[in-house]
Design a protein around this ligand. Structure first.
Ligand code: NI
Length: 224
């Protein structure tokens, strides 16, 4: 399931992030790619700069912590440090699946959910769509600055070539409490129904049944 998260970052946070990235040093994105992905990856990533990264991580992690759609749909257990990627004209990232196990020298984790946070205004560049190949056909995603998309890390996907301007994104991976995308989707649906009932019919016995079912289904499936 592919879920868009409008305004994960408000305008002020987008501007803050862009100001930190402006003039920062970027390096070849191949350095962080697995063997297969490196062959199709043509982009750049923010060079390691602890002060800049701390500030950027803090903004993004705070936004994730406050976003109910993200929490309900991804059921995050571990969230990797964000990577800040830049695509200038002529850059692209060909079809690949993301690495299944990440973490390098630090603590390792499984990637269940991939996330892209769009940082550039969509009319400031041409191309650069994130294209996710689903069983219902290709899904093209190019969102407003501050919007995000999450999708199962098992999905084949690519970034179309940027033909004008510059595409800046923040990307990360999440190990979910629930590994199976179909189970996560079912829980997210049930959670939306539960939230609605808790608002509109808080005292009703059917609300309590749905609320209890959600909690106990999550208990069945969660791994921590
Ligand atoms: Ni990818």
């Amino acid at each position: 399931m592919l879920i868009e998260i409008p305004q994960l970052l408000n305008d002020a946070f987008v501007q803050k992030i862009l100001s930190v990235l402006e003039g920062a040093r970027f390096v070849d994105g191949k350095l962080t790619a697995g063997m297969a992905a490196a062959q199709v990856k043509r982009n750049e990533e923010l060079a390691v700069d602890p002060d800049k990264l701390q500030l950027l991580y803090r903004i993004l992690m705070t936004a994730l912590g406050h976003d109910s759609t993200f929490k309900s749909a991804a059921l995050p257990n571990k969230v990797a440090d964000f990577i800040f990627a830049r695509y200038q004209a002529g850059m692209r990232y060909g079809d690949h699946v993301d690495d299944p196990v990440m973490g390098g020298s630090g603590p390792r984790f499984r990637s269940d959910v991939s996330m892209t946070v769009f940082l550039s205004a969509p009319d400031s560049y041409d191309g650069g769509e994130l294209v996710i190949r689903t069983s219902f056909g290709d899904k093209q995603v190019k969102l407003n600055a501050g919007d995000a998309v999450i999708y199962p890390s098992s999905s084949l996907h690519h970034v179309a070539e940027v033909t004008r301007g510059e595409r800046l994104v923040a990307v990360t991976w999440i190990q979910s409490l629930v590994r199976d995308p179909a189970q996560r989707e079912l829980l997210h649906d049930l959670d939306l129904a539960r939230e609605h009932l808790l608002r509109t019919a808080p005292g009703e016995s059917h609300t309590q049944r749905i609320d209890r079912s959600y909690a106990n289904l999550l208990r069945c499936w969660a791994e921590v």
